[in-house]
Write a protein that binds this ligand. Structure first.
Ligand code: UD1
Length: 421
């Protein structure tokens, strides 16, 4: 069997309109939240990505019945109530978001056995903050044979200050606290739009949550039978949106990125503005106009509302052809520069030093065979390929498929010379 690759050639400036699908980092958590109440849910604006299938398989093994209709961007999820409180390693190791079953199952059933999670291979991803927060609420853990076994007949409200505003820890603590006895306050909570989306769905289900989107979230516990299923539309994916902004910009194109929410990517769009990219908010999205030559800038990744680490490979790709020198500093995942070697194969001039990448713009990139080391880095190589002389062929496309809903088709519809081969 020949594995699929993506072939990109330089050419046209991208022009037209592209729709942004639903957010990967939201939908996976919303799916896990369907563990919390029996009955029938409908999620809409669901992206057609492989991680949704993986999460559906995991939740299916736990006992949910899930029908995915990618044509209508829709998931029907039925929770029969009789669930297996086990998340097996074969499924958990495939995606980081599998850890998001911990809070819902522990809060609702008082027990869960879950394999320690995997995910992208760019550095260590511990879950100590998840566990210490749940321990403060009364949970007890044993870790054996690669599994975490968590028990708590009942969780109790607690005041928890996170060492760092972890997205996953905030989500697990919020979902667990929904059924805790009393009030839980999470300080230094993460504020990402995907957390707001999850909290909005939980509130619609009957949870009592305050301070959503701020760094102090307060959850007043409710009884286990007080939640009900809902229909919920997933928010648009800000990283996929940023990918189309970057693709338009690097080709000097003019593209309407429909459904992009500027408030979800404000800091990034400001930095893009500094690079000479015009991004105008529209009624339902943004209009992007790329400059003749991108300007080099320095960028630092931070938790929301800062520039997200997931945007970083795109920023580095843009800086590779900008007019001068830009320094990109990674503050979330120290090891997350592996794709730099691949960009160098395209002729980029990048030096890494600890958690900094120093990017000297070159006049032209030159196409080459490269491989996608993870989801976002893969997309950045595609974006770079749009302006690399000759042909760029990207392998390990399965990484891109985990998080991108038809990246190739959407770019082709804007006039890119790109195909899946
Ligand atoms: C989520 C996103 C990911 C994004 C990241 C940061 C999903 C499925 N993934 O990942 O795309 O890059 O947010 O915006 O939504 N940490 C600890 N201990 C913990 C938890 C985290 O040390 O208990 C560290 C991590 O190793 C990492 C940093 O904190 O260095 C950020 O992690 P976190 O915010 O939890 O990211 P994820 O939820 O895993």
């Amino acid at each position: 069997m020949t594995l699929p690759r993506i072939r990109v050639r330089p050419g046209n400036r991208l022009v037209g309109t592209v729709d942004v699908p639903g957010a990967k980092n939201s939908v996976l958590k919303l799916m896990a939240a369907c563990l919390m109440a029996d009955g029938d849910y409908v999620l809409t604006n669901v992206p057609g990505i492989d991680d949704v299938t993986t999460m559906a398989n995991l939740l299916g093994a736990i006992g949910l019945r899930i029908t995915h209709d990618p044509g209508r961007a829709r998931l029907e999820i039925s929770n029969p109530g009789n669930l297996q409180l086990v998340a097996p390693y074969e499924l958990v190791e495939q995606i980081r978001a599998s850890i998001n079953v911990l809070g819902p199952l522990l809060g609702r059933f008082g027990e869960v056995r879950i394999a320690l999670p995997g995910g992208d291979d760019f550095g260590s991803r511990p879950i100590d903050m998840h566990l210490s927060g749940l321990a403060a609420m009364g949970a007890e853990f044993t870790i054996r044979h690669g599994d975490v076994h968590a028990v708590a007949d009942r969780l109790y409200g607690a005041e928890i200050t996170l060492d760092f505003p972890s997205v996953g820890a905030t989500e697990n603590l919020v979902t667990a606290a929904v059924f805790a006895k009393g009030t839980t306050i999470i300080d230094n909570a993460a504020r990402e739009p995907e957390i707001v989306d999850l909290c909005n769905m939980l509130v619609a289900m009957g949870a009592r949550i305050e301070g959503v989107g701020s760094s102090t979230i307060t959850i007043h516990g409710v009884e286990r039978d007080e939640l009900r299923p809902v229909n919920h539309a997933v928010i648009p994916d800000r990283v996929q949106a940023a990918t189309y902004v970057a693709a338009a910009a690097i080709t000097g194109g003019e593209v309407t990125v429909r459904n992009a929410v500027p408030e979800h990517m404000e800091m990034l769009l400001r930095r893009f503005g500094d690079m000479g990219i015009t991004v105008e908010p529209q009624h339902n999205g943004v209009l992007v106009v790329g400059p003749d030559k991108l300007r080099s800038i320095d960028v630092v990744t931070l938790p929301f509302p800062g520039v997200a680490t997931d945007y970083k490979p795109l920023v580095v790709a843009l800086l590779s052809v900008a007019d001068s020198v830009g320094i990109v500093t990674e503050n979330l995942y120290p090891g997350r520069f592996r794709y730099v070697d691949e960009l160098r194969r395209l002729g980029a001039n990048i030096r890494t030093d600890g958690h900094h990448a120093i990017v000297r713009g070159v006049p032209r990139l030159s196409g080459a065979p490269v491989h996608a080391p993870d989801i976002r880095a893969g997309a950045a190589l595609v974006v770079a390929g749009l302006v690399a002389d000759g042909e760029t062929v990207i392998s390990d496309v399965h990484h891109i498929d985990r998080g991108y809903d038809d990246l190739v088709g959407r770019l082709a519809s804007l006039g890119a010379d790109i195909a899946r081969v």
